[in-house]
Design a protein around this ligand. Structure first.
Ligand SMILES: NC(=O)C1=CN([C@@H]2O[C@H](COP(=O)(O)OP(=O)(O)OC[C@H]3O[C@@H](n4cnc5c(N)ncnc54)[C@H](OP(=O)(O)O)[C@@H]3O)[C@@H](O)[C@H]2O)C=CC1
Ligand SMILES: CC(=O)N[C@@H](CCC(=O)OP(=O)(O)O)C(=O)O
Length: 352
């Protein structure tokens, strides 16, 4: 294990890229060696995000201008739009095969080439790497991540839903054909690039569902839930956009298997996460709030009884830019570099 590592951030001028930089500037064992942008290439981080003014940072460069071996990077975070990433990482790992990569996009999360083509509308452009990638949900794949060269950081909605549900599915404690996930996200989840749908006037003073019946995160949920259950699982999942900057809250409706009431489901989760630094199960009956995880790498989970016999209501909250993206990516980096998993991630939520 090296004492320090040189880090690159592809897409540093975006929301997850800048959140990575915010976290990494407080990390004791890394140096920022490379920052890239597309439209903002040539500018400084200060031009794009003035909060970085006090720090001496490399200028934003275009990926096409890079000669990978001479960048000197040991590990690269790829925070680019999905679809863009696979060719960039393929070129990077061809030119510099020793570099480790944490990809924040959806490009390497689906291991089945047909499923990828079906959900994303084109054949994967780096199939060998798709097969090599390790899915980066640390609480499940910790040991595989430690030896990985390419880690596919999970999606924000999917992290929020998987953390409470996977232990229950694995234990056979819930009816897997009756899972309903009602999720709400802040607007940073959609990225910084200007889109009409994300204008203040379109988002404020309102609240709406989108991607109803076909959001691409369903593919990731199907894959991981089916793996945990040992048979196909297809949950109901509906995302909503709410007028706040950060945070995801998922309210999840489940039916317990025979003999598994809400208290038993709660006990399974308490047991599963007793030693996990970034998953906190609240006392029975308490529901999580996004404001209590904002800016931290934590996921808060709550379980309560439904008045409908046999059903339970589960709440899960995380910060989409932290545990839902950049925080989880740094957690993955720490494992890949052999550092303590929590290094640079100890921030308590920013509240009030
Ligand atoms: N936002 C979130 O909460 C989450 C995001 N993700 C995923 O992380 C990735 C980054 O998301 P986010 O930070 O929100 O996105 P942003 O739109 O905020 O940032 C995108 C970044 O990629 C750069 N970029 C855009 N197009 C290209 C291109 N063709 N070639 C090279 N660089 C390009 C942009 O540069 P420039 O600014 O110069 O145009 C910018 O730096 C996405 O794949 C997203 O799906 C995953 C989980 C949560
Ligand atoms: C609010 C919002 O728009 N959220 C994004 C999901 C966040 C994300 O970026 O997910 P991936 O990493 O899988 O791309 C969306 O619904 O597409």
């Amino acid at each position: 294990m090296a004492e320090r590592a040189n880090i690159g951030i592809l897409g540093a001028s975006g929301y997850t890229g800048s959140e990575l930089l915010r976290l990494l500037l407080r990390h004791p064992r890394i140096d920022i060696a490379l920052l890239t942008a597309d439209r903002r290439a040539g500018q400084t981080m200060r031009d794009v995000f003035p909060q970085f003014s006090p720090y001496a940072l490399p200028r934003l460069v275009a990926i096409d201008d890079l000669d990978w071996p001479s960048t000197g990077v040991d590990l690269v975070f790829c925070a680019l739009p999905h679809g863009t990433t696979q060719t960039v990482i393929d070129a990077l790992l061809t030119a510099a095969p020793h570099v480790k990569v944490v990809d924040l996009s959806a490009d390497f999360r689906l291991f089945d080439a047909d499923a990828y083509a079906r959900w994303y509308g084109h054949a994967h452009r780096a199939e060998a790497l798709q097969r090599e990638a390790v899915y980066g949900l640390v609480e499940v794949y910790r040991e595989k991540i430690k030896g990985a060269r390419l880690v596919a950081n999970p999606g924000c909605y999917t992290t929020c839903a998987q953390l409470p549900l996977l232990p229950l599915i694995r234990a056979g404690a819930i009816a897997v054909d009756e899972i309903v996930i009602d999720a709400k996200s802040g607007v940073t989840g959609a990225g910084r690039a200007a889109k009409e749908a994300n204008l203040f006037t379109e988002v404020s003073e309102g609240f709406h569902a989108y991607g109803v019946g076909h959001h691409r995160h369903m593919a990731e949920l199907d894959q991981e839930f089916s793996k945990a259950a040992g048979r196909p699982v297809v949950p109901t999942f509906t995302p909503h956009l709410v007028p706040m900057n950060r945070g995801i809250l998922s309210t999840i409706y489940v039916r317990g298997s025979a003999g598994q009431g809400a208290e038993e489901l709660h006990a399974i989760l308490v047991d599963a996460y007793a030693d996990e630094p970034f998953v906190h199960v609240l006392p029975f009956g308490e529901m999580p709030q996004t404001r209590h995880v904002r800016g931290s790498n934590m996921t808060f989970i709550g379980v309560a009884k439904d008045r409908v016999a046999g059903r339970a209501i589960i709440g899960s909250a995380l910060d989409n830019l932290a545990k839902g993206a950049s925080g989880q990516a740094v957690q993955n980096m720490n494992l890949m570099l052999g550092y303590p998993e929590t290094l640079g991630l100890e921030q308590v939520a920013l509240f009030p």
